[in-house]
Each structure stands twice: as structure tokens, then as C-alpha cells.
Design a binder for this molecule. Structure first.
Ligand code: ADP
Ligand code: MG
Length: 485
């Protein structure tokens, strides 16, 4: 494993802090609404936005002096009590006048929502009210006339490498070192949501810009389409084409967006050809491999598959732990190994969610100066954890596992002991133990009335095999992810 997270920054932390406060605030609002009634709440209290916490005091904002005075007079004490009950470290409430959303709701520099910025917003749970705490990430120097800014946090240094992503990482590094090498053009990165595609593309961009030799344009496929449509409307398609064709490296993120958008696809195809023919580098990402992107024109799919195709696999437990360790240590907050393991077990869907959960924990620890413990984690993250505790049924598990290994569903309960059948059955038992709250005897009953010791043996065996065989481990993780999503 390589990669550190020197770049862990205050912005992510401040955002997470905001989201922690927002969760507390939304609970307080529920109580207030119940206490004072909907009408009263809407008239006076709904306009409050949450500001920063300093020592034991939280600042709340109201849009006008009048509202501030009224709320202070009528509800000041109550607000103080409720905050204190929710967060004992908060002992005082300060009410101030501020325009709602004046500080934190500033849009990214280029006016349109940058894909990178959007991705960040998804990472943190949405806050009901904007809180004037943090600023947006700064914009790097890219071809800002036609591209989106690069997120300075997404570099090779901050990317944690493990089995599931080492190939994609190596390809990305290689392209950043020597763009347009034969065999690596285009570079096509694909994988599920939140597994690091955008991160790697920005890292390539950042690296190339650091060298300062080339011009780089990065944009989402969606933005590509909007730029193209805008160019048609303003009759400036020639200019748009020329601009695109003048860059050394063009990166288009989430290409699957172009499915069904025939004209834009056509334009992209021509741009693509013109650039590759001129010896420029193309980097593309998508959620599927070129051959699985049905709905893209055949000739485009063919060309996309002509360079290097690299997939990012679902994370393994090991990679999740490494990522958490790196991010926790960069944050400076001590997070016990037990907590990291708990998170890596519970949040398996993708890195974005994992990161969001950890950021929230770190923010909570910094905000209230309390050590991170397992109990605190369960409390602070209870909403996230609940969402991941979705009830999966044993039948669902059996069906998915049977499909995955191409065996009959009835073999889950049959007496057949051939390895080809017995192994998937063991995996299904293992997943049933991991993903449901059923007891061993209950699980055994669902698998053709087997004894609970058989289930126990299956759990041990699968755990061992996962340690020995990374490919097998990945299969099991993938199944788990599918069942949990
Ligand atoms: P995608 O574009 O594949 O949906 P992103 O690149 O936006 O995913 O990644 C989601 C979040 O997870 C980002 O904050 C990113 O920095 C983080 N992330 C993903 N993979 C890794 C990794 N291997 N190491 C560190 N951070 C990662
Ligand atoms: Mg992305």
C-alpha cells in the first residue's frame, strides 16, 4: 500500500462539522415544531441558520435584526436548553444577524457547478440550512475557459493504493508521466460510484499541470454536452471545436451520461478522433467497460477500447482499512483501530461514503474535544449505519449467490456436496450471518435444515478463504455490496 494524505484539509473537516451540527439542528427543529406548532415555527424559527461553535457557544443566524430580537426574546432560553440537551458541550447560544447563505453557499468560480464540487457535496450528508463556516475548494489553473476546475485534494499522493485499484492507479500515473504514449491512448477508467475514478483523473491533471508543460481540460460528459448545446445556440460551434482541439490532454468524466444523447456523442467522437490523430491524450471514465456501455455508438465504443482499459474493483476490507488509516492519521485525530474496523465492516458500498462517515467522526471529535470511541461512533453515525443495515433476507442472499456462481437456487438447500455447489452455499451462509440478524440455527434451517455447527463451519471456512485468496475475497465483497445497495 502506498500513498499518504498530507493533503487532508480544513475544508473537508469544516464541511463535516457543518453536517454534524446540521443533524443536531434538524432534531432540535423537530422538537421546536412539536412544541410551538407548525405556524409559529414557520413564521419565526425556520429562518434560523446554524453558524460555528466556539468553545461552549454556538452562533445562530437570523436574516433581520427584527427577527433576531424577537427570537431572542421569545425563544432564546429554549434554544439554549435544547442545544445543551442535544450537545452537552454547548452551553450558550448567540443570535446574530446575517444574510442567509451569505458565506458558504457561494457557487464554484466558473459559475456552473463543477463536477468535482458536486462530488464533494455528495460525500457529506446534506445540511438543511447553510452554515457560514467554510469556503469552497480553490480552483487550479486549468483551461478554465472551457473546463471545470480540478479539486486540489485529488492527487496521487492522497490516493491509497490496494489490490482493487492498483492497475488503474499505475495506468493513471503512467499517462501523467508520459501522455500520448502508444497503448495508453485513450485511457479508459471504469468502475462503480465512489471508487476513485474522478480522483484519479484530477490526479493526472494536477500532475501534468505541476510539470507545467501541457494544457489540460477536464470536464464531465454532462458539462461537455451543455457546452456543446450552448455553442450551438450561440452559433459558436466552430470556436468550441477549436478550443477543444487545442488542448494536449482532454479528460471526460462519466461518459455514460452521453448514452442516448446522439448529437453530443457524435461531436465527442469527432473531437476524440481529431485529438488522437494529432497525438494528444484522451482520458475517459465511465461506470462500465466500453463493451458494456450499450447505447453508445459502436464506432465510439470500438475506439474507446483501443487504448488502455483499466477497471477499479469494489473495495476490499483491507483497502477500506488502509484508506481509513491514511485519512484518520492525516486528520490528526486519534481513531482507535476498533472503530476503523467497525467502519470498514459496516460501510462497504464505496469510498465516498466511508470518507463521509470518517469526516463526520473527526469533526465531532474536534468540535467537542472528546475521544472517538465505538459508542460515540454508533451514536454520531446512527443515521448512516441505519441506512446500511437495510434488512436483507436470506432468500435474497441465496438467490444472488446462486446467480453469481451459476448454480440452481434449489442447491442452496439440497444435500449435494460437490465443491461447485457446497462453496457457494457456504458463502451464502456466511453472508446470511454477516448481513442479517438471524441466529445460526435459524440460518441452518433455511439451508435445507442444516445443523448450526454446519453454518458455523461455513463462516470460519469462508473467512479463512478470504484471507488466503484475494480473488475469492473480492467476489464475496462484491456480493455483499450488491446485497447491501
Ligand atoms: P468516482 O468518480 O469513481 O465516483 P471519486 O473519485 O469521486 O469516485 O471518489 C469518491 C471519494 O472517495 C473522493 O473523495 C475520493 O478522494 C475518495 N477516494 C476514492 N478512492 C480513494 C482511494 N483509493 N484513496 C483515497 N481516497 C479515495
Ligand atoms: Mg466521479
Amino acid at each position: 500500500m502506498t500513498g499518504g494524505l498530507e493533503g487532508y484539509d480544513a475544508v473537508a473537516e469544516a464541511n463535516a462539522q457543518k453536517s454534524v451540527l446540521a443533524i443536531h439542528w434538524s432534531r432540535i427543529c423537530e422538537r421546536l415544531k412539536a412544541e410551538v406548532g407548525e405556524v409559529e415555527y414557520r413564521t419565526w424559527l425556520r429562518q434560523i441558520t446554524v453558524g460555528p461553535v466556539e468553545e461552549d457557544e454556538i452562533t445562530l443566524y437570523l436574516p433581520t435584526r427584527f427577527l433576531r430580537d424577537w427570537v431572542r426574546g421569545q425563544y432564546g432560553d429554549r434554544l439554549g436548553t435544547l442545544w445543551n440537551a442535544e450537545v452537552p458541550a454547548i452551553r450558550r447560544v448567540e443570535l446574530q444577524v446575517a444574510r442567509p447563505g451569505s458565506a458558504s453557499a457561494t457557487p464554484p468560480a466558473d459559475g456552473a457547478a463543477a463536477p468535482a464540487a458536486v462530488a464533494r457535496e455528495e460525500a457529506a450528508p446534506r445540511a438543511p440550512a447553510p452554515a457560514p463556516v467554510a469556503e469552497e475548494p480553490r480552483q487550479a489553473e486549468v483551461r478554465s475557459d472551457l473546463a471545470a476546475p480540478l479539486d486540489p485534494r485529488f492527487t496521487f499522493d492522497t490516493f491509497v493504493v490496494g489490490k482493487p485499484n492498483e492497475f488503474a492507479y499505475a495506468c493513471a500515473r503512467r499517462v501523467a508521466e508520459r501522455p500520448s504514449s502508444p497503448g495508453f491512448n485513450p485511457l479508459f477508467l471504469y468502475g462503480g460510484v465512489g471508487l476513485g475514478k474522478t480522483h484519479l483523473m484530477h490526479a493526472i491533471g494536477a500532475e501534468l499541470l505541476r510539470e507545467g508543460r501541457v494544457s489540460v481540460a477536464y470536464m464531465s460528459a454532462e458539462k461537455f454536452m451543455y457546452r456543446f448545446i450552448a455553442a450551438i445556440r450561440s452559433q459558436s460551434t466552430m470556436e468550441f471545436k477549436e478550443q477543444l482541439r487545442s488542448v494536449d490532454v482532454l479528460m471526460i468524466d462519466d461518459l455514460q451520461f452521453l448514452i442516448g444523447k446522439d448529437n453530443t456523442q457524435e461531436e465527442f467522437f469527432h473531437t476524440f478522433n481529431a485529438l488522437v490523430d494529432a497525438g494528444r491524450q484522451i482520458v475517459v471514465s465511465a461506470d462500465k467497460s466500453p463493451s458494456d456501455l450499450s447505447g453508445l455508438e459502436d464506432r465510439l465504443r470500438t475506439r474507446l477500447g483501443c487504448g488502455m482499459v483499466a477497471d477499479i474493483h469494489a473495495t476490499t476490507f483491507e483497502l477500506r482499512i488502509s484508506i481509513l488509516e491514511a485519512k484518520a492519521s492525516a486528520s490528526g485525530v486519534v481513531v482507535p483501530a476498533k472503530v476503523l474496523e467497525f467502519l470498514a465492516h459496516k460501510i462497504t458500498s464505496n469510498v465516498r461514503e466511508l470518507e463521509g462517515a470518517l469526516n463526520r467522526l473527526i469533526a465531532h471529535a474536534n468540535l467537542f474535544g472528546r475521544p472517538v470511541t465505538l459508542e460515540a461512533t454508533q451514536d454520531v453515525l446512527h443515521d448512516i449505519l441505519k441506512a446500511h443495515d437495510r434488512r436483507v433476507t436470506i432468500e435474497e442472499i441465496q438467490r444472488k449467490v446462486a446467480e453469481h456462481w451459476n448454480i440452481r437456487l434449489t442447491d442452496m438447500s439440497s444435500a449435494r456436496r460437490a465443491r461447485a455447489v457446497a462453496r457457494p452455499r457456504q458463502v451464502a451462509m456466511y453472508l446470511a450471518k454477516q448481513l442479517t440478524s438471524r441466529s445460526l440455527p435459524e440460518i441452518g434451517r433455511k439451508f435445507g435444515n442444516r445443523d448450526h455447527t454446519t453454518v458455523m463451519h461455513a463462516v470460519t471456512r469462508v473467512t479463512e478463504l478470504m484471507e488466503q485468496d484475494p480473488a475469492f475475497a473480492e467476489d464475496v465483497e462484491l456480493l455483499r455490496r450488491m446485497l447491501e445497495s
